[in-house]
Design a protein around this ligand. Sequence first.
Ligand code: MSP
Length: 651
Amino acid sequence: MTEKKGKYYITTPIYYPSSNLHIGHTYCTVMADAMARFKRLCGYDVHFLTGTDEHGQKLQEAAEKNGMTPQAYVDNVVEGIKELWKTMEISYDDFIRTTEPRHKERVQKIFMKIYEKGDIYKGEYEGMYCTPCESFWTESQLANGNCPDCGRPVEKAKEEAYFFRLSKYQQRLIDLFENTPEFLQPESRRNEMLSFVKQGLEDLCISRSTFNWGIPVPIDEKHVIYVWLDALSNYITALGYPDDPELYDKYWPADVHLVGKEIVRFHSVIWPAMLMAMDVPLPKQVLGHGWLLLEGGKMSKSKGNVVDPVKLIERYGIDSLKYFLLREYTFGQDGVYTNEVMLNRMNYDLANDLGNLVSRTVSMIEKYCEGIVPESKVDGEHDDELKAIAVGAAAKVEANMDKFSFNIALEEIWVLIRRTNKYIDETSPWVLAKDPKNKERLDTVMHNLAECLRIVSVLVTPFMHTTSKEIRKQLGIWFADVEWQDAFTFDMMAGEKVKKGNAIFPRLDIEKELAELEAMTESAAVSQEDKAESSVEMENKPLELKPEIEFGDFDKIDFRVGTILEAEKHPNADKLLVFKIKMGTEIRQVISGVAESFKPEEAVGRQVVVVANLKPRALRGLESKGMLLFADNGDRCEFVTTTAPDGEIVS
Ligand code: MSP
């Protein structure tokens, strides 16, 4: 038995049940699942929490659009989310829904606790409000006049509201980032948050009275608690805080909150400040991961370009998909998803390297040793090197898992898999088998292969538990529990009866698969278009627009065609791109908050439309002279382009 090592509490964000989840959402959950399985295998008492964040204006609106009550709407989507996790065999220990009574009651208690401490007060909020993000911003926080999180336009808004004294915790947060660097990683995110907090913190508006789909403020039922206070509390309400200490005492503080990069701020600034106000210990770590992007930018339901994990699982199996997600992308960085990259990983790493090793090893033991794993008898060249790699791999995997470097941990396992395949070629068992004098050496080679494969079956367990089981079945060791420390020992096998099964990863015809996947995406896109067209036929509803303007107002704007000569990231702001634009005789600098929509190099050479007579202003230390026009579909900005030559007037 693996000795118990203490507790390990890991969480994913709780997902908005606004629509079905796509492969980008599964990425975080797959990472958390692999880590939870790894820690359990190493002997930790693991608690793995996931769930859904079900309140807020956006969900209320989505339900209304579908003619449903918010509760019925979220119930339906949450069922699909749970089904997805079941299909993917995600090993969570608890699934919290923010609409559950256990959560709602505890959030109200949390509110009262902070209120009684004096850190919640009633005031009036006036600020710039981003409806899609449900966030208020100060003028100085806006990026190019738009929401700094999503880049979309904001509007002035005012309401009576409850506030959390976030500003009071500024120094303690600075100390936290400076004295406990491991609290927030990667380093780039920590630096970003440290400078954000140093710029000064405003008190946080934590209630709304303009919609009612939320948890009522206990002392004032006209208000509902703003989604972030509600959502963040899930990490402790699920453990029973503040009224049922059993799980809370056992698992809190969390060892890691795994979150996407855009919600790092909520988890590393607001959440710790809330906990400080409650005198609750802080989580040990917040880790921000990057996004999976498509070649054309972010995945979005409305564009019909989302990659549906269920379709991929149906076609390739859970383990292939999980392997690809964990092996291909580097934690903390954005990565581009393409069908081709995925299929190549599946063919080269899984079918060729691992699949072949399993089938060659088991076939040869059946052929040369009557299906029984022999003992080691006569050592030969290459054996020592092979054994050293085999028993050394687990420590390397552990070291990389400690850093959440799933891709390198897997690469270390593949070093062993590839070395073992090479060992087969070096020792050429089919040549040894020709002469009975070599029987003892042949037995040793077969023994070593079985041992390496056994070790591989242990090492892959956290990432691909079904594959591990299948390998162990073929090796005749299916009945024994997988123990992580068994990966550190050689020579554990002798006498087991192997049994060849089906190829664990059949080879894929890449061209054919690419065509099939392409057709699937096209039909998804077409069905989205159909929906759009039929809605046009069904209703011709006037758009919701800003107040009407006079022609004279419009005529004041000087639109010009410009050619983008250069584009680069703003040195002081992740969301901004700095463009050099030629407009006829003049070259000037314009800054836009679109860094998340495309890479700088994709912009060069575009013929764009510029508001050329806009008063120049400084954006994070650089001058911006004018403004570019973009079409914004809610997820991504596209340039408004033209084929007209630069300098021309657009009217
Ligand atoms: N409900 C909030 C989280 C509250 S946690 C207390 C939320 N929900 S979300 O559904 O919009 O996003 C959940 C997570 O999915 C985020 O961490 C986000 O980064 C992640 N992803 C959404 N799209 C993604 C990709 N394309 N790629 C990787 N992760 C992505 O935010």
